[in-house]
Design a binder for this molecule. Sequence first.
Ligand code: ZN
Ligand code: ZN
Ligand code: ZN
Ligand code: ZN
Length: 378
Amino acid sequence: MPLFRWFVLACTVCVLSAGFALAQQVCKACDDTGLVACPVCAKQRCTNQRELTFCSLARCKSCGGTQRSECKCSVAPKEDLAAKLAALDAWRTKFPAEVAEFMGREVAVAEAPHFVLVWDVPKVDHKRGATLHAALHLYLDRLEEFHARFAADVGANDKDFSAKTVAMVWAREADQEKASPKWTLQPSNTESKLMGRAPVFSVFYDKGHMHEEYELHQALVHQATHCLLSNVWNGVWSGNIKGGWVDEGLAHWYENALFDGVRHYCYVEADTLVDFKFGKWEATVRRALDAGKLPSIFAFTSLNTTEMTPEQRMFAWALVDFCLRGPTPRYGAFAKAAKEKRPFGEAVQAISGSSALEFERAWHEWLAANYSSEPKAR
Ligand SMILES: [Zn+2]
Ligand SMILES: [Zn+2]
Ligand SMILES: [Zn+2]
Ligand SMILES: [Zn+2]
């Protein structure tokens, strides 16, 4: 190759690599987003680890609560801070203002893609819960995490839900008594919920009853299960149209799967739930199977939630377990059928293509292969 051509080639490479280097150059302060964290409110920043839409505790005279400011560099901001601030101000005048007005004082509210959390507990015993603000974000993150799990398990996506679920957590019994009839339409001094198209639940964090911090988390998971399940697809709660097994069975399934046992029974006195620790249900169901004492599948699949005995709830849990973890995951299809008021036998035929008796046999075989008669230690 003639020398001249070498020269041209070398120059081209130089120019290209210089251009590439230029394109690679980033503003270290803002990572080329044009936005940096607001330095004024650095110490009170929201500690969410999952997506957050709004937080009523994000207030700062400098940034107005957006918690960001424009970088000094020349990069155009990737997000419109003025629009974000206007949206935050508008949001404050709606639900947070309604709560403050009714309760007679400001109460912290934060919103994420699937939940709105009203939080009044000064702190919780968790490394991310040392202040009211931090605890609020810990619990909103947990609710969002649960939503993702729930949606995957039932086979739903965002457009299958008609509204965000509102969750309220109170540190004082009097506040639960005041808030529950207003937002859940059900007076209660413990836990209450409104299911359907715009679900709400309200919980009093009674430390005399919930000794460990995770018990509050568990209570929220139980109530969130009912709310999400009632809302998904059609806004119909299956618990009072003979579909209690998919409703309470699933709430207990999450208690067993995510915590160390079942602590919550809806509408049943609290003292009937002592003694149900993790692993016991599995062993109890297995022993009933071995002794030929499992009830007919029809005995507990056409009852309302309130009609189910503690034992029937346990068998409902075991059937939900089969529908979620068995060879063909089909819990979502059964939940949908129950919410559409389809009789259980008809639903089995449509979903599994077999008779209820064949389905029951397959359930028994799965229980025999997967459940141990010895309680698990955890
Ligand atoms: Zn910058
Ligand atoms: Zn700020
Ligand atoms: Zn916050
Ligand atoms: Zn329940």
